[in-house]
Design a protein around this ligand. Structure first.
Ligand code: UT7
Length: 339
């Protein structure tokens, strides 16, 4: 029989690799400018992983810090989930590697692959697993090393993406943080944003590599067109499911893809600017890492307090989109009341 209970975020942390690439850096090898990038995207810098850093390496730093915050050890976690579009390998799942590197062997571990919507989808899945009593504690990570699959000579994509990781420890508790979710996808035109030679449709070959099919390909304007509408609609539907309205939003964490997209969505949703986390200027678009990294930053800066209604909303390849409405609880160990 299902044993229904609540879920809270007990720890949330982020990590970005040391190497910083500025807009001015791109001017050295691309036909672009700081002005174009700033005006069109809001980005100023992004962090890129070192040659010897893969996605799991970023993930374990964020996850280790989230565990410390929650007062837990890797072995206390029942299940590891990594949302990523840039796994260490197509298989095995990066979550298996992350769990092992943290010192947890024998726990459940799997990846969620739905690009920039990954953390929202994975948060919904993980919350369901905890609320239904399947697991007590889940490590949920959004981590990417997009710089590894970018054509650094393509000005349309090279400037956009950054690397990073955000990790959240989810834990069963009495007061439920998860209020509602709205997820969606439209896979009729996957080529709007994809990595053509990455799986079985166009297996890796010399010809595919000569054609640059191992890199991210994106019809930026097409993504832009759907982005604002999908974020607004997902937010409104999720709020409705939670029995709430726009004015009930205490804090908004949007996917950091483009400053203009965020501005348009925020304006439509009528959320005051001071209640929105924007860090795109520092990290660029880190796909499934962007929302947990932004959430960690908001928590570090004490911009979110106990009882706040927090909306997390994203969109991306698929096409896909999703929003989660969350009632914020304090982080840290639950102490004596820990189940
Ligand atoms: O996480 C989800 C993933 N992706 C996204 O969310 C991306 C969504 N889309 C966007 O953010 C925007 O579409 C971009 C930032 C990618 C592009 O901005 P835009 O305002 O849609 O520009 P555009 O693609 O319409 O290009 C305008 C012009 C073009 O030149 P022409 O054809 O007008 O002569 C581009 O070739 O800007 C040119 N251009 C650049 N110029 C300087 C494209 N990239 C650059 C660049 N520097 N880096």
């Amino acid at each position: 029989m299902l044993q229904l209970r609540g879920v809270r975020i007990a720890g949330i942390a982020r990590y970005a690799p040391e190497r910083i690439v500025t807009n001015e850096d791109f001017e050295r090898w691309l036909d672009t400018s700081d002005e174009w990038i700033t005006v069109r995207t809001g980005m100023k810098r992004r962090h890129w992983a070192a040659d010897d850093q893969a996605t799991s390496d970023l993930a374990i730093v964020a996850a280790g810090n989230a565990l410390a915050q929650a007062g837990l050890k890797a072995d206390d976690i029942d299940c590891y989930i990594v949302a990523t579009a840039t796994p260490d390998f197509i298989f095995p799942a990066t979550a298996c590697i992350v769990a092992a590197k943290l010192g947890a062997v024998g726990k459940a571990a799997f990846d969620v692959s739905i690009a920039c919507s990954g953390f929202i989808y994975a948060l919904t899945v993980a919350s369901g697993l905890i609320r239904s009593g399947v697991y007590r504690r889940i490590m949920l990570i959004g981590a990417e090393t997009l710089s590894k699959i970018m054509n650094k000579q393509d000005r349309a994509t090279a400037i956009l993406f950054g690397d990073g990781a955000g990790a959240a420890v989810l834990e069963a508790c009495d007061q439920d943080g998860f209020l509602a979710a709205e997820l969606g996808a439209d896979g009729t035109t996957p080529e709007i944003l994809y990595q053509p030679s990455s799986g079985t449709r166009n297996p890796v070959s010399h010809a595919a590599i000569d054609a640059g099919m191992q890199y991210i390909h994106m019809a930026g304007r097409e993504v832009f067109k759907f982005a604002v509408t999908s974020m607004v609609e997902a937010t409104e539907i999720a709020l409705r499911k939670a029995g709430l309205e726009r004015r009930d939003i205490n804090f908004l964490i949007p996917h950091q893809a483009n400053r203009r997209i965020i501005d348009a969505a925020v304006k439509y949703l009528e959320v005051p600017r001071e209640k929105v986390l924007v860090n795109i200027q520092e990290y660029g678009n880190t796909s499934s890492a962007s929302i947990p990294m932004a959430l960690a930053e908001a928590v570090e800066a004490k911009r979110i307090g106990g009882g706040d209604v927090v909306v997390l909303v994203g969109f991306g390849a698929g096409l896909s989109w999703g929003a989660v409405v969350w009632r914020w609880n304090s982080i840290g160990p639950q102490g004596a009341s820990r189940p």
